[in-house]
Design a protein around this ligand. Structure first.
Ligand SMILES: [Zn+2]
Ligand SMILES: [Zn+2]
Ligand SMILES: [Zn+2]
Length: 171
């Protein structure tokens, strides 16, 4: 497969998709997991998760507050932060440290290592499990005698969808 064909295939997978399916799947999984774990997905936590899932873009806490305010006038930053803490704890969202923003987790439900590909053009974040990369890193940490607390790797660049769009513009 040529690089361009690969890009196009990826473009179809990642962008020309029915996002409402992503949302209902993410919310459905969250509801089910919270029941299984005996934790409360309160209306406010549910709403914050839904707001994060409005897109695959990383979203900042104050943006969430802006979106929540029209629905819940009494919402304060602390309301958002408490909900975010819960959602992170339950592995339903990720904190994108380098952006100080949050994104819905596509493989919710278990703590996992992540490679986050962050597009500087559209701000979408793609999560990839990248087991080979993680294994190689583990080896490095061992060699360094380094105890790791957080193993998320955040890479900034331009996503396949934007690359395709940009290359169309150039033609
Ligand atoms: Zn989607
Ligand atoms: Zn994840
Ligand atoms: Zn992009």
């Amino acid at each position: 497969m040529t690089t361009h064909a690969k890009l196009n295939q990826h473009y179809q997978q990642s962008s020309e998709h029915n996002h409402s399916e992503c949302v209902s799947e993410a919310l459905g999984t969250a509801e089910q997991l919270c029941v299984e774990r005996g934790v409360q997905l309160t209306p406010i936590r549910h709403k914050v998760l839904e707001l994060i899932w409005e897109s695959h873009k990383a979203v900042k806490a104050y943006e969430l507050l802006d979106r929540l305010k029209p629905l819940k006038q009494a919402a304060k930053p602390a309301t958002i932060y408490r909900a975010l803490d819960f959602l992170i704890e339950q592995g339903l969202i990720h904190r994108v440290e380098s952006l100080n923003a949050f994104v819905g987790c596509r493989c919710s439900g278990h703590q996992h290592e992540q490679l986050l590909l962050i597009c500087k053009h559209c701000h979408e974040v793609e999560e990839r499990p990248a087991p080979d990369v993680m294994l190689a890193l583990l080896h490095e940490f061992k060699q360094a005698g380094f105890m790791v607390h957080s193993k998320a790797i955040e890479v900034h660049g331009i996503c396949a969808k934007c690359l395709v769009n940009l290359s169309h513009l150039e033609l």
